[in-house]
Design a protein around this ligand. Structure first.
Ligand SMILES: [Zn+2]
Length: 157
């Protein structure tokens, strides 16, 4: 089990390392995938659903219309898939996401009940930092993982 806090809540994280032995300058991102994963922990999911319905009744349904409403018990993130130009291997996957501990960039992927919301081929810029946007601030209503993942996905080219 990973020590990352988010892995306790979301989609069965598996770390990955660079699979070929070529230099990192040989490796480029060829695809971005905007994914959604459910909570893997049914207790968290239940608590979240209760909170959502509490907010909905406490605000007389306002939370459903405000900013699209509170998000479902899922986590959105972007996975960048890297290939090696030298040996043509699939090199590694890198996930860029925002959780309640801030933004994260790490090699690996979630594996549990993934749902693809969007995907696109990339032009092959090699600068991972260019995919990492904005601040660490997490706000459920206006700056949650869904907003962040969509912005990262839209920005990638
Ligand atoms: Zn290689």
């Amino acid at each position: 089990m990973s020590s990352a806090k988010s892995a306790d809540k979301w989609g069965e994280w598996e770390s990955e390392s660079h699979r070929c032995s070529c230099s990192l300058s040989e490796v480029y991102p060829y695809e971005a995938i905007l994914y959604e994963v459910p909570f893997t922990n049914p207790v968290s999911s239940l608590v979240w659903d209760s909170f959502r319905s509490y907010m909905s009744s406490a605000t007389h349904g306002l939370s459903d219309t405000f900013n699209g409403g509170l998000k479902p018990a899922t986590h959105d993130y972007v996975e960048f898939r890297y290939n090696c130009t030298k040996c043509n291997a699939k090199a590694v996957s890198v996930v860029v996401e925002k959780t309640d501990d801030g933004k994260k960039v790490r090699k690996g992927r979630y594996t549990y009940k993934l749902h693809v919301k969007d995907r696109k081929k990339l032009l092959g810029h090699n600068n991972l930092q260019s995919f990492v946007l904005g601040t660490n601030d997490y706000n459920l209503i206006s700056s949650n993982c869904s907003h962040y993942a969509r912005a990262v996905f839209d920005n990638a080219e």
